[in-house]
Design a protein around this ligand. Structure first.
Ligand SMILES: Cc1cc2nc3c(=O)[nH]c(=O)nc-3n(C[C@H](O)[C@H](O)[C@H](O)COP(=O)(O)OP(=O)(O)OC[C@H]3O[C@@H](n4cnc5c(N)ncnc54)[C@H](O)[C@@H]3O)c2cc1C
Ligand code: SF4
Ligand code: SF4
Length: 414
C-alpha cells in the first residue's frame, strides 16, 4: 500500500532524512522544523502518483533492507545481531588533533580525509552545525581535509543530509556519504531505482546509532543555561575529549558546559524521535564501514583518549580500511575483537535489535503501517528472547500504537 507523506509522518515512521524533498523537489515537498523540534516533510503542491510511489520505495520509514550479499567477501563473519563483518577492530585517527576534536576516536573524520587525499572521491557529503544557528544541523559538502575536520562530531538533534541528494548526483562526481544508518538505508533504497547512486557514491560510512533527539532536547539545555538561541556562537554536543562535554558559547563571550553523563543520564529526557524506537537497522548494516564508541556497559566512566569500535562491512570498506591503515590515517589499538565485545560496548543496541521484530508485529496488529524489512534477521534476533518477553514487547507496542504514543501530530512549520 502506498502511504501519503502525511501517513508516513503521522505513523511515526519519518526520521527527517530529506530524501523525499530531493525526489519531489522543494516546490512540492519541503522539510521544515516543526514546533515539536522535528524536521518533517510538508507537501506544498500535489504529488504525482509516480512520485509518491518513488518516495515510498526509498523512504527509510517504509523500507529498510540489509546489504546485498554480493558486497561482502566469502570470509566475512556473520552474527545474528550485528550482521556481517569483514573485520572487527578498535582504533582511532592517526592525527592526534582529529582524534581529540572528533566525536570518539575520529575514525570517520580520518577516513573522510583519506578518501579525499587519496583521490578516491571528490567530496564528502556529511552534516555539521550551522554557522549562523549552531544548535541546528545542516548538510555539508567537504572538498578538503580541513572541512571534513570542521564537520566532525556527533549532532544529536535533527539532521537532514539528503535534502538535495538529486542535485548531488547531478554533479556526476565520485563522492562518499558519512551519515546515520537510516540515511544510508535511504540511499541504498534509491540505488535500486537510480544507477547513478552506485556509480557515484563510492563509499557509505556510518556510526552505530542510539537515536536522534528532537531539537527541544537541545532547547532545554539552552534554557537551563539561560541562553537564547540567537545568542549562540557554538553548540557542540561532544568531542574535544572522549566523550568531551556538551559546550555552549555565546557571541558575548559566555561559555557553559555539561558533562556527557549529565546530558544523557535520564533517559526520559532524551526526546528520541519515534522512528528510532522501532529502528530495524541502527547498526549500519548497509554501510561499507561502521564506527562506534567503546565504553563497556554503553556509557563513559570519565574522560579519556578517543577510541572507535570498527566494523568493516564490505569488500570495498576493507580495501579502504587497509589503505588508510597503511597510510597512517588511522591506527589500530586491537584487532582481537569479537562481536561479543560489541555486545559489551552497546548493550542498548543488542536489546533494541532483539525487540524490534515484536515491536513491529505489535504495531502492525494495531493496524498501523511499519517499514518493510529484509535481510536484517529481525525474527532470528527475537528468538533470543523468551516468548513472554516477545509478547510483552508486542503488546506494549500495540498499546502505544493504539493510543497514539508511537505516532506524531501532523507536521506544520514552526
Ligand atoms: C544521533 C547519534 C546517536 C549515536 N548513538 C550511538 C550509539 O548508540 N552507540 C555508539 O557507539 N555511538 C553512537 N553515536 C556515535 C558516536 O557518537 C560517534 O559519532 C561514532 O563513534 C563515530 O565517532 P568518530 O570520532 O569516528 O566520529 P567523527 O570523526 O566525529 O565523525 C562523525 C561523523 O558523523 C556525522 N554525523 C554526526 N551526527 C550526524 C547526524 N545526526 N546525522 C548524520 N551524520 C551525522 C558527521 O558529519 C561526521 O562526519 C551516535 C551518534 C549520533 C549522532
Ligand atoms: S524519512 Fe526521509 S524520505 Fe521518509 S518521509 Fe521522512 S524525510 Fe521523507
Ligand atoms: S536510531 Fe535508527 S532511525 Fe533513529 S537516527 Fe539512528 S539510524 Fe536513524
Amino acid at each position: 500500500m502506498t502511504l501519503t507523506l502525511e501517513q508516513i509522518v503521522e505513523s511515526g515512521l519519518c526520521i527527517g532524512c530529506g530524501l523525499c524533498q530531493a525526489i519531489a523537489g522543494p516546490d512540492h515537498v519541503q522539510v521544515v522544523m516543526t514546533p515539536e523540534g522535528r524536521e518533517r516533510p510538508i507537501v506544498r503542491a500535489p504529488l504525482a502518483p509516480a512520485t509518491l510511489e518513488r518516495i515510498n520505495a526509498v523512504c527509510p520509514g517504509t523500507v529498510v533492507e540489509g546489504p546485498d550479499r554480493g558486497s561482502r567477501g566469502a570470509d566475512a563473519q556473520v552474527d545474528t545481531v550485528w550482521g556481517s563483518a569483514e573485520r572487527l577492530a578498535i582504533g582511532y585517527a592517526g592525527d592526534p588533533d582529529v582524534r581529540h576534536r572528533a566525536s570518539s576516536g575520529g575514525l570517520l573524520t580520518a577516513l573522510g580525509q583519506f578518501l579525499l587525499s587519496s583521490g578516491r572521491v571528490n567530496f564528502v557529503l556529511q552534516v555539521a552545525a550551522s554557522a549562523s544557528a549552531p544548535m541546528r544541523t545542516e548538510r555539508r559538502l567537504s572538498f578538503d581535509a580541513a572541512s571534513v575536520l570542521d564537520n566532525a562530531g556527533s549532532r544529536y538533534g535533527p539532521a537532514a543530509p539528503l535534502l538535495d541528494f538529486t542535485s548531488i548526483l547531478e554533479r556526476e562526481e565520485p563522492f562518499a556519504l558519512i551519515a546515520k544508518p537510516c540515511d544510508l538505508s535511504a540511499v541504498r533504497n534509491l540505488a535500486k531505482l537510480d544507477p547513478r547512486v552506485d556509480r557515484l557514491m563510492r563509499y557509505g560510512l556510518t556510526f552505530v546509532c542510539g537515536g536522534a533527539s528532537e531539537l527541544t532536547k537541545s532547547e532545554e539545555v539552552l534554557e537551563s543555561f539561560g541562553v537564547a538561541e540567537r545568542e549562540l556562537s557554538l553548540f557542540r554536543y561532544r568531542g574535544h575529549g572522549y566523550p568531551g562535554p556538551t559546550r555552549v558559547e555565546t557571541h558575548d563571550g559566555r561559555a557553559f558546559e555539561l558533562t556527557y553523563q549529565a546530558m544523557w543520564e535520564v533517559e526520559s529526557t532524551w526526546k528520541i524521535q519515534a522512528r528510532c524506537k522501532i529502528c530495524p537497522d541502527a547498526l549500519g548494516e548497509s554501510a561499507d564501514l561502521v564506527a562506534s564508541d567503546t565504553w563497556p556497559g554503553g556509557g563513559p566512566q570519565g574522560e579519556g583518549e578517543g577510541f572507535n569500535g570498527i566494523i568493516v562491512r564490505t569488500s570495498r570498506g576493507l580495501e579502504l580500511y587497509e589503505a588508510a591503515l597503511a597510510a597512517g590515517a588511522i591506527k589500530i589499538a586491537s584487532d582481537e575483537v569479537t562481536f561479543r565485545d560489541f555486545d559489551a560496548f552497546q548493550p542498548h543496541q543488542v536489546r533494541k535489535k532483539r525487540a524490534v521484530w515484536a515491536r513491529l508485529a505489535g504495531i502492525a496488529a494495531a493496524g498501523h503501517p511499519v517499514p518493510a524489512t529484509r535481510e536484517l534477521r529481525l525474527r532470528e534476533c527475537a528468538r533470543f528472547n523468551t516468548v513472554a518477553e516477545n509478547l510483552a514487547e508486542a503488546r506494549g507496542a500495540r498499546r502505544r500504537a493504539e493510543n497514539g504514543r508511537l505516532g506524531e501530530v501532523p507536521a506544520v512549520e514552526r
